[in-house]
Design a protein around this ligand. Structure first.
Ligand code: HEM
Ligand SMILES: CC(C)=CCC/C(C)=C/CC/C(C)=C/COP(=O)(O)OP(=O)(O)O
Length: 456
């Protein structure tokens, strides 16, 4: 893989401006403007951490400004008119942003405008990067130098279907238990539980009982909706390589038993949720209904926007967590749900690329099937940009601190690197790498929210 200079400089500028967004939000939180009167230098007490934050923000702003100019200078000669327009927007807004910063430093209340302009500069640079990558790598074929015949990721696919009738009783019981466990889609549970955990941490300090009943109910609800999904997709699952060995598709678990199991899990999850409060139970039921019926039956087979809209199912645990502690759905819970919603396409489109042919066989209108792989890669980058903005917005409505800020910038950069590589390599391995980077990014950011929210 050879990353060109325009792409590396644009990617560096994207990360640089993102660091500024996050440091800026921290500066606003620390009331750095009040502590550090004067501009461009500072007339505050250097022992005051708020003064250090303000000075760091100004230094980073100066360095990143130079980076943006360098990225624009290198990209301009090779960029098309869209790319140039995005660069002009970033270059035009940057000095305006510095002037707003100077106004802030002299005590004018311009925080919201400052954040808005920072986000606009960030968005303009993400667009320039996405379009530059599209120009350079816009092909649905893998480059000749890329490894071919890559094996599917062993983490994600299933194991071969098993005929258990010839096995001894104990082995048969074990295989049956494993089949029911698979129905619950256990691989999704850790991250969705972290989403609910982060929702709780943003809402306050939950009791141990609240944590146990909420996460327990959540795991049972995921199991219930996963089971219903297996039943409803059993015919189409048979046509897809990745899913042909699923327990209902292979008749290892009869439909009636799976439905009874799903029903039992639904009742158990509602019982756990009701021990927390009625709103949590209502949201839990809505999540089960949305994933099992709205997503599986209506969205997934009928619209290319299935992934985007389906993101609402994964976003609901954020509201469930928040409601478990407060009994309401607050702004911070909503902002976390928004972050998960924006992250979902950047997560799943990687798998949709890796399993493109399989989804086509199943007849699903997934993004790479309908709009092609180039467009899908571009959407991954754009949704990644939107995710980072969503993570930045979360700092504006909560008092999350530096652990969260460091997590989202550092692992946002790793995620971006994986997605840039995906554009150049265009292989199945590169898609799995970006998929794992998406999970690692969200997982670490959610842990940071829990640590920041509870420990500090
Ligand atoms: C429309 C929304 C989504 C779609 C279509 C989707 C799709 C998928 C698919 C097809 C897999 C592979 C599953 C398998 O074969 O076992 C997967 C894995 C996974 N998904 Fe998603 N997903 C979505 C949203 C989410 C959300 C909201 C979360 C959590 C916040 C999440 C977390 C995970 C995790 C943790 C894995 C497993 C990774 C591993 O195997 O290590 N997904 N997803
Ligand atoms: C609390 C609660 C019930 C939350 C539910 C949220 C939930 C299970 C989100 C997972 C999102 C999802 C659609 C995953 C699998 O996609 P898919 O079904 O298209 O994957 P497949 O192709 O493997 O079947």
């Amino acid at each position: 893989m050879r990353v060109t200079r325009p792409v590396s400089l644009l990617a560096a500028a994207v990360i640089g401006v993102y660091v500024l967004v996050i440091v800026g939000a921290t500066a606003a939180l620390a009331d750095a403007a009040a502590a550090c009167n004067g501009w461009p230098l500072c007339r505050g007490d250097p022992a005051n951490p708020a003064v250090l934050v303000a000075l760091f923000h100004r230094t980073v702003a100066a360095v990143v400004g130079l980076l943006v100019i360098a990225a624009a200078a290198v990209t301009w000669p090779v960029g098309n008119s869209r790319i140039r327009a995005a660069l002009v927007a970033a270059l035009f807004l940057y000095p305006i942003q510095a002037a707003i910063g100077a106004g802030l430093a002299s005590g004018t209340a311009l925080e919201r405008l400052h954040l808005l302009v920072a986000m606009t500069i960030f968005a303009a640079l993400v667009l320039a990067l996405a379009w530059q990558l599209e120009t350079e790598t816009g092909s649905d074929d893998a480059p000749e130098t890329s490894p071919t015949g890559a094996k599917p990721d062993p983490d994600v696919g299933g194991t071969a279907g098993v005929d258990t009738s010839a096995l001894p009783v104990m082995a048969r019981l074990k295989a049956t238990a494993a089949a029911y466990f698979r129905l619950m889609k256990p691989r999704l549970m850790w991250l969705l539980s972290l989403v609910a955990g982060a929702g709780m941490a943003l809402a306050g300090t939950p009791t141990v009982g609240t944590v146990l009943y909420t996460l327990g109910g959540g795991v049972l609800a995921i199991g219930a909706s996963g089971t219903f999904n297996h039943v409803l997709e059993r015919d189409v699952d048979k046509r897809m390589e990745r899913t042909a060995d699923r327990p209902v598709a292979t008749h290892e678990v009869p439909v009636r038993n799976a439905l009874a199991f799903g029903g039992l899990l639904t009742v158990a999850s509602l019982w756990a949720f009701l021990s927390v409060n009625i709103l949590v139970a209502a949201l839990g039921l809505a999540a089960i209904g949305f994933y099992s019926v709205v997503y599986t039956l209506i969205l997934k087979p009928n619209t290319v926007q299935n992934t985007v809209l389906g993101g609402a199912a994964g976003a609901l645990p954020a509201l469930i967590g928040y409601a478990a502690v407060t009994g309401t759905v607050g702004v911070a819970g909503g902002a976390l749900a928004g972050l998960i919603f924006l992250w979902t396409p950047a997560h799943f489109y990687n798998l949709a690329l890796a399993y493109r042919d399989d989804y086509e066989r199943g007849g699903f209108p997934m993004m790479p099937v309908v709009r092609g792989e180039t467009e899908t890669r571009k959407h991954i980058l754009l949704y990644l940009g939107a995710t980072l903005l969503g993570a930045g917005a979360l700092t504006a409505v909560t008092d999350l601190g530096w652990i969260y800020g460091a997590a989202t910038t550092l692992f946002g950069a790793v995620f971006l690197w994986a997605v840039v590589r995906l554009h150049y390599e265009r292989s199945e391995n590169a898609a799995f790498r970006a998929f794992h980077a998406s999970n690692a990014y969200l997982g670490i950011v959610l842990v940071a929210i829990v640590v920041d929210g509870l420990a500090l």
